[in-house]
Design a protein around this ligand. Structure first.
Ligand code: AMP
Ligand code: MG
Length: 297
């Protein structure tokens, strides 16, 4: 294990990718500050974290009898941070102990960082427009510095609904479309069964949410949406999602007191780096990857 990690530390591709990511972070911050966003410190442990729609092993800590989870996403904290602020972002370290079969996607690590952002009173379209402009800004500013072999995409990016994509390409539509496209694109309107209870339902069983997908087979870049913010609706969605309301008691207490209406998105930094550097796997987009099913440091 040590030899493998040591040789990774000498790998020029990894060195370059980490340098690219460092500049990408700088450009993302610059862009968001200019748009009036406030960077909030990330939350690492909390009794409240994203349940996620897919299976991961639980990562919890018992500390003086209080139960904390390692952050899987900062969704609930983002909503609460909009009480004092109008626009926020965080570089949020997430721990998701993904099952071993996820490794073959080349897009999954057990520890990664999301650029997680949220805007009060925003619509899905506001976030899509912001992200398109942000991606263009980042690519323009890092492309020449690192001679990246990548086109600057031109907004608005193409958009397809989940339903259209599913009918045309079947259940592997995301992979198929990602391979076929030569520009980033959006998949919108996911069914309620595919996402968590915090994304806003706007017609029977369909959510006001979206995924950004990279072209050339690099797959999912980001997920986001408009959020549910009304107590009764959240409670209903928790129940319909098959959860026990008492497991989300804390969140429901905040919702009762009032959570701002918002929309936002989370963009994986390792996946963005992988796309920009055209790496085979996210495992090469960071210095100390927590590779699924392998020991790491
Ligand atoms: P999600 O809301 O679950 O889609 O997560 C938001 C974003 O974080 C995704 O679109 C990815 O870019 C990134 N992400 C999620 N899970 C992982 C993972 N296990 N490893 C690396 N990046 C991830
Ligand atoms: Mg997603």
């Amino acid at each position: 294990m040590i030899d493998k990690i040591y040789s990774k530390l000498q790998d020029e591709r990894v060195k370059r990718a980490v340098e690219v990511q460092s500049h990408v972070r700088y450009e993302l911050k610059r862009f968001l500050h200019e748009k009036g966003f406030v960077e909030i410190p990330p939350v690492i442990i909390s009794p409240l974290t994203d349940p996620l729609r897919h299976e991961t092993y639980e990562a919890t800590i018992n500390y003086y009898g209080h139960r904390y989870s390692l952050t899987k996403s900062m969704i609930f904290h983002k909503q609460l941070a909009l009480i004092p602020f109008e626009k926020i972002f965080a570089f949020s370290p997430n721990v998701r102990l993904e099952p071993v079969h996820a490794r073959s996607s080349k897009r999954h690590l057990a520890e990664f960082t999301q650029l997680d952002l949220e805007m009060r009173d925003a619509t899905r379209e506001d976030i899509m427009e912001l992200v398109e402009e942000m991606l263009v800004h980042v690519i323009k500013n890092v492309k020449s510095r690192f001679s990246l072999d990548i086109d600057v995409p031109s907004p608005p990016f193409p958009e397809i609904t989940f339903q259209q994509a599913y009918s045309k390409y079947g259940k592997d539509f995301e992979v198929e479309l990602s391979k076929e496209m030569d520009t980033p694109f959006w998949i919108v309107d996911m069914p309620i069964t595919h996402r968590e209870f915090y994304d806003r339902e706007y017609k029977e069983g369909i959510l006001r949410d979206m995924d950004l997908i990279y072209p050339y087979g690099f797959g999912e870049a980001a997920s986001g949406g408009e959020r549910e913010y009304r107590y009764e609706r959240i409670l209903d969605r928790i129940k319909r999602g098959g959860y026990k309301p008492e497991d989300f008691k804390l969140y429901l207490e905040f919702a009762k007191r009032g959570i701002p209406r918002s929309a936002g998105i989370g963009i994986g930094m390792e996946r963005l780096t992988r796309f920009l550097c055209k790496l085979k796997s996210v495992e090469d987009a960071t210095l100390f990857p927590k590779v699924i099913g392998e020991p790491g440091i």
